[in-house]
Design a protein around this ligand. Structure first.
Ligand code: UDP
Length: 323
């Protein structure tokens, strides 16, 4: 299949591109490299350096590639930043996202697969969270993703564009080749691993007074390869709708730090800090729908296997992609 991957030089996009190429798909990556890395793009894929701010750039790139499916990973991803700069999230994730969606429909794309997020649920009333739980985001990041989900529904209803929107819980881990290397790292697991790498003296724990068993936030960590595999399953004709992707297991920040200590064999000092604005206390997925309807089955459901793959990658790439 001809697949157009936006944000394919980023963390999840790079792994998905690798798996798509392994499966024999013909992949075009469109990325402006504002967050992504050229070295993270599989050499089997065609690369387009995007200039999404230039009118017509997205539509022209897509028209040239003539894809049958679009996997839309591009976008800003930081909850904390979205609380300080909401406009950036609405501009890039909604405004620019619409350019991709509209271009896809106009090019006759058959399937649009979107990276949505557990942050669309806000403060969930029940866990594990099912897909039909109320969506009341508590930060502009989640709000912008929810706005895009609604646009997808209208394009489906009015233009017949088939879509799958995956609500990711916390992506982590790596393949042998591609891993998590944000230029400004805010995510928990790579930040914890910077301590045994000798790049930081300690990890900061944001909030120890949450209503959780040990007072720190609980998240559902999912291996990036399992996320990517779900995207490939989503290319099957006929599947359409919203799917959570998580393992259904919640781990607190302190439990993640302990798992990293076990995997690396090093002590990891932690310093308690105030809460990070916009963080819900507990986000754990019910991914039964993806299992049932897509036939998805995570291969790496345990936290230690996820952390071990991240640790192997960071040891090989202590400076990330070096840019
Ligand atoms: N966190 C932390 N220290 C860090 C990075 C993150 O305590 O250096 C916490 C963060 O406040 C949240 C959890 O770890 O409760 C997961 O954060 P992350 O940014 O990895 O993912 P998010 O759930 O925000 O998408």
């Amino acid at each position: 299949m001809k697949v157009f991957v936006t944000g394919g030089a980023g963390y999840i996009g790079s792994v998905c591109t690798e798996l798509l190429c392994d499966a024999g798909h013909e992949v075009t990556v469109y990325d402006n490299l504002s967050q992504g890395h050229r070295a993270a793009v599989d050499l089997r894929a065609r690369f387009i350096l995007g200039r999404p701010e230039q009118p017509g750039d997205i539509a022209a790139a897509m028209a040239a590639a003539r894809p049958e499916a679009v996997l839309h990973f591009a976008g800003d991803i930081l909850v904390g930043e979205s609380m300080r700069e909401p406009g950036k999230y609405f501009r890039n994730n909604v405004g620019c996202g619409l350019e991709f969606l509209d271009a896809a429909w106009r090019c006759g794309v058959r399937k649009f697969v979107f990276s949505s997020t557990a942050a669309t649920y806000g403060l969930p009333e029940q866990t594990p969270i099912p897909e039909d739980a109320p969506q009341r985001p508590v930060n502009p990041y989640g709000e912008a993703k929810l706005m895009f989900e609604r646009m997808l529904q209208w394009y489906h209803r009015l233009h017949g564009l088939e879509f799958v929107a995956f609500r990711y819980f916390n992506a982590a881990g790596a393949t042998d080749r591609f891993g998590e290397a944000h230029r400004t790292e805010t995510h928990l697991i790579p930040n914890v691993l910077k301590v045994p790498l000798g790049q930081r003296p300690h990890v900061e724990v944001f909030g120890t007074d949450y209503p959780t068993p040990d007072g720190t936030c609980v998240r559902d960590y999912i291996h990036v390869v399992d996320l990517a595999r779900a995207h490939i399953l989503a290319l099957q004709p006929g599947c359409c709708g919203f799917y959570n992707l998580g393992n259904g297991n919640g781990y607190s920040v302190r439990e993640v730090i302990r798992a990293c200590e076990r995997v690396t064999g090093r002590a990891i000092p932690a310093v308690e800090k105030p809460r990070r604005p916009g963080d819900p206390p507990r986000l754990v997925a019910s991914a039964d729908k993806a299992r049932r309807e897509l036939g998805w089955q995570p291969r790496f459901p345990g936290l230690e296997a996820i952390v071990a793959s991240a640790w192997a990658w960071h040891q090989k790439h202590p400076q990330g992609y070096g840019d």
